[in-house]
Write a protein that binds this ligand. Structure first.
Ligand SMILES: O=C(CO)[C@@H](O)[C@H](O)COP(=O)(O)O
Length: 246
């Protein structure tokens, strides 16, 4: 396999973000504290409604209750129908805020937003940090015209709904394409990847080389008995992918 192209533009800060999917939902608060102690950068709450994806997780109150257990920033990924996205955007923006009201990351799916531009503007106006996610089949071009409205783009590297799936390697080129747009337009936007991210060259390494700098890991992080070890390994592989000496 030919070596992939090196990172385009300057490397952005590597961030390791655990997904709560593999956590023990019976003691989610304690697990949030564990993620903080392990040195994670923020926590991703995977909100699923059994409609947009074939799984059902939790609503805004679960996120609200977790706030008292950790000072880490929150990131809420809305894998929910368009109706739920529109009806609950302000609520999820509120519960995703930091301990002192700092903006939390709120991720809407382009596939669930007829009025994507309006929803992203609404998140910012409500004090959130807007982000947009694309499912694997969705072309990058679907979000090209809102890059100036977001702080992050989330490229799903599995089909959303479940943890423990295999990374889809064709997503690496989608990351590379979005990264070129961001650099060429001099935008301050992170690229996140989510799904099948492990401490391997083939997943986090290739994604970092293509331009991702925020890595959502569920099973790939919870597999470590010592989560801080997992954070270190994932970070080291990402820096290697960026071509940055650890
Ligand atoms: O968001 C989803 C699926 O919807 C998952 O990708 C989890 O967020 C991460 O799971 P792993 O693939 O890391 O186990």
């Amino acid at each position: 396999m030919s070596e992939s192209a090196p990172l385009y533009g300057k490397p952005r800060k590597v961030q390791i973000i655990p997904s709560v999917l593999p956590a023990d939902f019976g003691k989610l608060g304690a697990d949030c504290k564990k993620m903080e102690d392990a040195g994670c950068d923020r926590i991703q709450f995977d909100v699923m409604d059994g409609n947009f994806v074939p799984n059902l997780t939790f609503g805004p109150d679960t996120i609200r209750w977790c706030r008292q257990y950790t000072k880490l920033p929150f990131e809420t990924q809305l894998m929910v129908s368009e109706r739920c996205t529109d009806a609950m955007l302000d609520t999820f923006t509120e519960v995703s805020k930091g301990p002192n009201g700092e903006p939390g990351v709120v991720i809407v799916h382009v596939e669930a937003c007829t009025h994507l531009h309006r929803n992203l503007t609404k998140i910012r106006a409500a004090g959130g940090s807007p982000s947009v996610a694309l499912n694997p089949h969705t072309p990058a071009e679907m979000i090209e015209n809102v890059l100036d409205l977001v702080d992050h783009v989330l490229v799903m590297t599995v089909n959303p709904g479940f943890g423990g799936q295999k990374y889809i390697p064709t997503m690496t080129d989608k990351v590379r394409k979005i990264r070129k747009w961001i650099v060429d337009r001099n935008l301050d936007v992170d690229i996140e990847v989510d799904g099948g991210i492990k401490a391997t060259k083939e997943t986090i390494g290739e994604c970092a080389r293509a331009g991702a700098n925020c890595f959502i890991a569920g099973s790939g992080l919870f597999a470590f008995d010592d989560m801080s070890e997992g954070v270190k390994k994932l970070t080291a592989m990402a820096l290697e992918g960026q071509g940055v000496a650890p």
